[in-house]
Design a protein around this ligand. Sequence first.
Ligand code: GLU
Length: 501
Amino acid sequence: MSRPVRVRFAPSPTGPLHIGGVRTALFNYLFAKKHNGIFYLRIEDTDQNRFIPGAEQYIFEALEWLGIAPSETVGKNEKFGPYRQSERKELYKQYADQLINSGWAYYAFDTAEALDFHRKQHEEQGKTFIYNWHNREKLDTSLVISKEETEKRIAAGEAYVVRFKTPVNETLYLHDIIRGDISFETNLLDDKVLFKSDGMPTYHLANIVDDHLMETSHVIRGEEWLPSMPLHSLLYKAFGWEAPEFAHLPLILKPIGNGKLSKRDGDKLGFPVFPLEWKSEEGVSSGYRENGFFPEAVINFLALLGWNDGTDQELFSLEELVEKFDLNRVHKAGAKFDPDKNKWFNHQYLQKQSDESLAKSFAAILSEKGITIDNDKLVKIVSLIKERANFVSEFWEMSNFFFEAPTTYDEKAAKNWKEETPELIKQLIEVLNSIEDFTSVNIETIVKDWMTHNEIGMGKVMQPFRLSLVGALKGPHLFDIVELIGKEETIKRLQKAIATL
Ligand code: GLU
């Protein structure tokens, strides 16, 4: 690698950051860290019409939550600042002028109405109007009027745009780290607008100028930007600047069917496509954070959307990803988004959490229900149930019987409650009453001894016992439940079952 690695994430704050954008940020982050480089973030807000309040803050908060915050950005190590393009506005005009003076760009004065007219006329003939080499000398441009005339019209305040003068009859041979060698015919490109008379650059000009000034070594971005690659590489040539290397990441595809993952897929199948919840006039879009995902799990599943390390390994910490990430191992083909697999990842990361920290999250849910409980006890409960949970939010459903006696009994399970059951349960209560050391293993030994001694079949006692305590035939090891809810409560629930069932 010839120059120091400096890569960027360059979102436009036009709404909440989509999960695909987060993956772009992640791959940039991993690449930077792997090569001891810099990951910076630039806000591309030159299109003021599409500005959405709160979107910028959302982007920072999302990356912060995921642990992949940039090391240079708005308000942070502004070595190449400002990092917000709207604050760099004054800077771009000189670059547009430079291209005009060197013959790489021209002024175009066509009004919106004139362009509309051309478009319609082409449509009527079944053609598409493209502004480029084949008609730019027939349109209202500085290519066909004198320098004086051009200056006069600009001085008079006439609206204009600056367009790139794409070279004619050239084949561009370009290289993309992921896609390999690609070629483009310049005759098929249109002369993109670079700058407008309101003083604002367009995305293309601002993006290239800033990538150059901010010393970007690699441009890693989504595949949707691949069609811009020929123009961008021509712009570097026109300015006489060294171009960065390019890597276009594969699309993220819908879980079912074909095509790009969209917000609507998320709504339809009930999974988030945003890292954090986003509220707007159109409603609330759910986020991975609010859905109880651990940031580590989100990082892990995003990393595997289009990349693997060449083995079957699926679980990677961020540190491990930094160590193993390689742009050469990113696939060309689109990566299917799999919401069920994402839950599996969360399950894995939930198991890695300490019982103490899970208990803390669970305590917050309990306190909303007005339940307070001894911390040691809660840690124990968590240790018994977490194995089957994907999310902390499932804990209550899985363990409510630890906190409150059942108010109903599962109908199917209640069929195990036979005529002789009440008598057996009464005997069981006596056995339990006599136990001094009320701990799981001890209770189990004594209860089982009693059954063996009296030749009572296991199922005859164990199922009604569980049903009385839990209200259904579910939950962790029965005697662990018994120990945790305690002797008094256990007996109370058994008596209630006898009275109810
Ligand atoms: N502002 C562009 C976007 O919204 C940046 C594209 C690029 O990375 O060049 O994605």
